[in-house]
Structure formats: C-alpha cells, structure tokens
Design a protein around this ligand. Structure first.
Ligand code: NAP
Length: 296
C-alpha cells in the first residue's frame, strides 16, 4: 500500500464533537479514507457537521452511518461506550475495525469488547491532544500534529488491524505508542486526570469565596489562577466519565498527591525553606524536559 492511497473506504465516526470532528477533518485533509460519515445523537451537531462540510453524511441513526463502514471510531464520552457498543455490535460485518478516542482505556475493553462479534477487530486508542472546547465547530485538522496517540490493543489483537490504526494516526501527524490498557490508565491518571481534578478544585474553591473576593480573583487571575480556569472549563460530562471509569488509578494517585501536599503544608508551617526550594527546583526541571520533548 502506498503512503498516499486511502487506508479505508468508509470511516464512520460516532460522536462528532471536538475530537470526532478533528479526526474527520484530518482524515479528509490527508485523503486517508474515500468517505467519512458520522452519527451523533445530537441533531444540532449533525447539522453543524454538514454545514461545515466536515463529513459526507451526518445522521442521528447510527445504523445508517455504519452501513459499509470498514472503520468505526467511537468518539462519544467514555460513559456511553457500553450503550454504543451494544447498539453497534450486531450491525458490524466481519473484518470491520472498531477503534475509539476515549481518555480511559480499560473501560473500552470492558464495555465495548464483549459487544463485538467474532471477526470484528477492536483497537482502542487515545489521542493525547485536545482543548477545553466541545462540539463539531471547535475541531481542527491539525489538532493531532506532533502529539502522541496511545493504542491499547488487547492481547491477541489482529496485527493487520493494529497496523492500520497505527498508520491512520501517523498520517494525521501523531506519534504512536502501544501499551497495555491498565498501564495507560495509570500514566494518564497522573499526567491528565489528576491535573484536571486539581484545577476543578481550585476554581471551585475560588467560586465559593465571598463576592468581593471573587471579583478580585478574576481581576488578578494572571497570578496563576487563570491557567487553572482553562483546564477547569473542560467538558463536564467527559470528565465525569473519566473519573468514574478510571476510579482505582485516580484514587491511588490522589492519595500520593495528598501525602505530598501535606508534606509541603508542613514545610510552610515550620518555615522549612530549603525543602520548599528543593521541591520547586525539581519541578522546574520537569518543565524543561517537556519543552525539550516539544510537548509544551
Ligand atoms: P464533545 O465535543 O462533547 O462531543 C461528544 C459528542 O458525542 C456530542 O455531540 C454528544 O452529543 C455525542 N454523544 C454523546 N453520547 C452519545 C451517544 N450515546 N450516541 C451518540 N452520540 C453521543 O466530546 P469530545 O471532547 O470530542 O470527547 C469525545 C471523546 O474523546 C471522549 O471519550 C473523551 O474522553 C475523548 N477525548 C477528549 C479530549 C478532549 O480534550 N476533549 C482529548 C482526548 C480524548 P450531546 O451533546 O447530545 O451529548
């Protein structure tokens, strides 16, 4: 197969929000499929997707979108995967590849895997790219450029299907890493899920302050608060589902975080400046590493 020949005939994206619509745009831009269609339960999202010319066809009837699809991408919130999996399973022809973009990966094996008939290949994926915006109008084709996409195929997954999904993400500009779903969920608990929980907490604490202090929080937000508000503006349904579906890993990392926070609290109380400085020096080096890895 040449590098430019389409990889798929018809890609059906279920959920044409930020990530689904970004992938649809990128697939069209790089000629990765002959046709991209979508299904979304939101009629408005379907209308916008058609108006913006993101897909050839948008429908609220998932059955219609699946007809003739050789790749199906689940791009709805993780909490809907069991219901969507149950609905699409009986409609899929042998040889179809099913992937997803969900932020949690063990839940995909649990909720989608058992619903797929023999001969349908499941290759779960997670593009580590996004914004705080939602919906089809918020997407853009270059979202995945230079970002990582983590694939978590179950043991015994079809090698050719894994290779095709890998190639899909490479062609939209991502670097691909393959790992075990449980490992993915532990890593993302610290790099993504905990930071979101902290942001939601800080912004929540500020919004509970008395009214006069609250107006100053907004006025002087450039002191650091502002950066948390961007993360805390992320989609509430998506993040509810992330925490409910990665409970064990998030609770474990939250416990460690709480212990470390208590240690800093103690250092402040007892005036242990060296401990504070050592900790802040260590964390500065991590930031430099992220910049060097071009992930800033
Ligand atoms: P989004 O912009 O909110 O779009 C989700 C779309 O799916 C909405 O149009 C929603 O309709 C629709 N939907 C919800 N349940 C459905 C169902 N049962 N059947 C059909 N359509 C349904 O979401 P997103 O930010 O693109 O996130 C999608 C997935 O990508 C999630 O699994 C998330 O974990 C993952 N992800 C997100 C990011 C990010 O930064 N946002 C990054 C990486 C991965 P309604 O409006 O009616 O609910």
């Amino acid at each position: 197969m040449s590098d430019t020949a389409p990889l798929f005939d018809r890609v059906a994206i279920i959920g044409i929000g930020l990530i689904g619509s970004s992938l649809a745009r990128a697939i069209a831009e790089y000629g990765i499929a002959r046709e991209v269609v979508c299904a979304d339960r939101s009629k408005d999202a379907c209308v916008v997707a058609m108006e913006l010319g993101i897909v050839e066809m948008a429908t609220t009837e998932v059955e219609v979108a699946l007809d003739g699809a050789d790749l199906v991408v689940l791009a709805t919130p993780v909490g809907s995967f069991a219901e969507v999996g149950e609905r699409i399973g009986p409609l899929l022809a042998p040889g179809t590849i099913v992937t997803d973009v969900g932020s949690v990966k063990e839940a995909v094996l649990r909720d989608v895997g058992p619903n797929l008939p023999d001969g349908v290949h499941l290759v779960p994926g997670h593009p580590v790219a996004g914004t705080e915006h939602s919906g089809p109008a918020a997407g853009f084709a270059s979202l995945f450029q230079g970002r990582w996409c983590i694939l978590t195929p179950p043991s015994g997954a079809d090698a050719a299907a894994v290779e095709k999904v890998t190639e899909l993400w490479r062609r939209v500009g991502s670097n691909v890493e393959i790992m075990d779903a449980a490992h993915h969920d532990r890593v993302l608990a610290i790099t993504s899920h905990l930071p979101h929980l902290i942001a939601y907490t800080i912004v929540g604490t500020a919004s509970d302050l008395e009214d006069d202090t609250k107006s100053e929080v907004i006025k002087f937000s450039a002191g650091g608060f502002r950066d948390f508000t961007r993360i805390a503006a992320s989609d509430p349904v998506m993040w509810r589902d992330v925490f409910l579906n990665n409970r064990e890993a998030v609770l474990e990392i939250l416990q460690r975080f709480t212990e470390d926070l208590t240690a800093l609290q103690r250092a402040i109380r007892w005036g242990e400046g060296q401990q504070l400085q050592d900790q802040f020096t260590k964390t500065r080096a991590i930031r430099r590493g992220i910049i060097d890895a071009k992930q800033a």
